[in-house]
Design a protein around this ligand. Structure first.
Ligand code: GTP
Ligand code: MG
Length: 265
């Protein structure tokens, strides 16, 4: 192996192909720049855009990017079907193609593409799910309105206290999953179709006994395009936490212990 190849491999501690899922709805100002930066990262990181028939033409931009680069893939859906179901569709694709690492990030540059290798390095070092986190030491939020920060902080505090989740940032969409995680968690049984999918997924990943790690990131509020989060999604997140709580009650734990015991004997 030549010296420059050795150097290149040292920068890529993860083994095998990576798929980065980017769900989009009206992200025409952001998508091309984002994909360009992702494709410039070391290690041939593939991109899967899941577009929900964006009225602003994001889907057409995605098609052009995919036509010009075999490392860019696109799935079109018929309308705005929600962030959670976009992830589910993408995970089914990534799992079927056998990508050993499947990452997710927003299209609006709130998550810096250049932080992705750090998430991957942590997954390669043994974490099954790595979250790019605002709420671990070293993490930060820039430019987000105080009300948004309060809502995000409250949702995480509830997920932590009510569900006992260990991750500090359960609502973050900047993640890296090992393939095994997506093949183990029953994605079809996940009820949330929107933003609460992120909390529900964190819950089931931790429930399945996988190792979750967090990497501090600086979350930068979007400067282009509009947010799609609304009051309904916030109420749904609260409802999701309460609903999942029933799975954490003692009788449910006893039931699952009994089921496991019966399977073994
Ligand atoms: N395919 C698809 N993508 C979506 C949908 N809703 C949101 N997105 C995308 O999901 C990502 C996160 O959405 P944002 O609107 O940025 O939500 P957010 O980051 O929680 O909120 P802000 O901080 O206000 O930007 C972005 O890339 C959106 O384009 C949807 O229904 N379908
Ligand atoms: Mg955003």
């Amino acid at each position: 192996m030549k010296d420059d190849e050795k150097q290149f491999n040292r920068e890529i501690p993860w083994d095998g192909q990576v798929l980065t899922v980017v769900p989009t709805y009206n992200e025409s100002e952001n998508l091309e720049r984002l994909v360009t930066r992702l494709r410039q990262l070391p290690g041939d990181i593939h991109v899967l855009i899941v577009d929900d028939g964006s009225p602003d033409g994001t889907g057409a931009i995605a098609d052009l990017l995919a036509a010009a680069d075999p490392g860019v893939h696109v799935l079109h859906r018929s309308g705005k079907l929600g962030l959670g179901t976009a992830y589910k569709t993408a995970f089914a694709y990534g799992s079927q193609q056998g990508y050993p690492y499947i990452c997710t990030m927003d299209a609006d540059f709130s998550h810096s593409p250049e932080s992705l290798p750090e998430l991957l390095a942590s997954a390669a070092a043994g974490c099954d799910l790595v979250i790019g986190s605002r709420y671990v030491p070293g993490g930060a939020v820039v430019g987000s309105p105080p009300l948004r920060q309060f809502i995000s902080y409250t949702a995480n505090a509830l997920a932590h206290r009510v569900l006992g989740l260990s991750a500090r940032d359960c609502t973050a969409g900047f993640r890296c999953y090992r393939l095994q995680v997506l093949r183990t968690v029953d994605l079809e049984a996940i009820f949330s179709s929107g933003y609460s999918f992120l909390i529900e997924m964190a819950f089931w990943v931790e429930r399945a006994g996988f190792r979750i790690g967090e990497i501090p990131i600086t979350f930068v509020n979007r400067t282009e395009g509009a947010s799609k989060i609304n009051k309904r999604e916030i109420y749904k997140a609260m409802y999701t936490i309460l609903r999942l709580r029933t799975h954490s009650l003692p009788w449910e734990r006893i039931l699952s212990f009994w089921k496991r015991h019966r399977q073994r004997s």
